[in-house]
Design a protein around this ligand. Structure first.
Ligand SMILES: O=C(O)CCC(=O)C(=O)O
Ligand SMILES: [Fe+2]
Length: 282
């Protein structure tokens, strides 16, 4: 790493790392190795002051993997591969305001998203992340062993389908594709494709039930896992400024966009990159 001012600093004891001293448009080979290692190790990485055009945002995204266009999000004008995460002054609901991981309803879930801040409220509009390695590791052995044998069903129907709850809110214009919904089944504990470590892979927004269990039977255990995984010591919170860029791994983290800026606009550009089919741990 000689000649580079790059530094990787953990955000908290629980999740994420901030990378300073680099320009993602011009990475040396050793910087690129360092960035990739930080992503695999910390699950979400943050950069500041990256003044990227949409083309430069796309170039950096394509270094990771091919782009996986989200079929429900509105695209940025002229850039079908960039999704808009927008909240207008007059809107009261925001996108992603509950803990979730993107694309778990796909049989091949996306690797992650590169979210770039364009317009921000005066204050607020932070994003929280939670570490799904820590969530799994800190369960008791008995529960870990039981979860290793389970798979869970994930769905986009109740979120983006015809009867979805957001259709009755002021978010209804933000999404499209209500006939594109579907389901997927994944192991509850995955072997992470980059790190090889076990990670908990269920989330409150898209997981509907354990395979072979009813929704009703699944609910108490899923809720226990959700409460456990959201413990503050597994999380970090990122405060955005224009030019801030986050890249999170959907297979290692959850995220939540804090909706504490009523009456102000917030606009982010999101590029999602492709992942792989997920294998069970152990
Ligand atoms: O706006 C944010 O901070 C994140 C929203 C979200 O959930 C997403 O872009 O996937
Ligand atoms: Fe999201």
């Amino acid at each position: 790493m000689s000649g580079s001012a790059m530094q990787v600093r953990k955000m908290t004891g629980g999740c994420g790392a901030e990378i300073t001293g680099i320009d993602v448009k011009r990475l040396s080979n050793s910087e690129w190795d360092g960035v990739r290692n930080a992503f695999a190790e910390h699950g979400v990485i943050f950069f500041r002051d990256q003044e990227l055009t949409p083309e430069q945002h796309l170039d950096f995204a394509r270094r990771w993997a091919p782009i996986d266009i989200n079929r429900f999000f509105t695209a940025v004008d002229g850039y079908p591969e960039i999704a808009e995460v927008r909240k207008e002054k007059t809107q009261t609901k925001n996108i992603g305001g509950h803990w979730h991981t993107d694309h778990s309803y796909d049989q091949v879930p996306a690797m992650g998203s590169l979210l770039l801040a364009r317009e921000l409220p005066e204050e607020g509009g932070d994003t929280l992340f939670a570490n799904m390695y820590r969530a799994y590791e800190t369960l008791s052995d008995g529960l870990k062993n039981m979860l290793l044998g389970l798979r869970a069903v994930h769905s986009s129907r109740h979120v983006f389908g015809a009867g979805a709850a957001y259709k009755a809110t002021d978010l209804k214009s933000a999404f499209k594709g209500e006939d594109q919904v579907g389901d997927a089944v994944h192991p509850v504990v995955i072997r992470h494709p980059l790190s090889g470590r076990p990670a908990l892979f269920v989330n409150a927004s898209f997981t509907t039930h354990f395979e072979g269990w009813s929704v009703e039977d699944s609910k108490p255990l899923l809720e226990h896992l959700y409460r456990h995984a959201a413990r503050p010591e597994f999380t970090c919170r990122f405060r955005w400024a224009p030019g801030s860029l986050a890249f999170w791994d959907n297979r290692a983290t959850w995220h939540l966009a804090v909706n504490d800026y009523q009456g102000e606009r917030r606009l982010m550009h999101r590029i999602t990159v492709a992942g792989c089919e997920l294998q069970a741990a152990a």
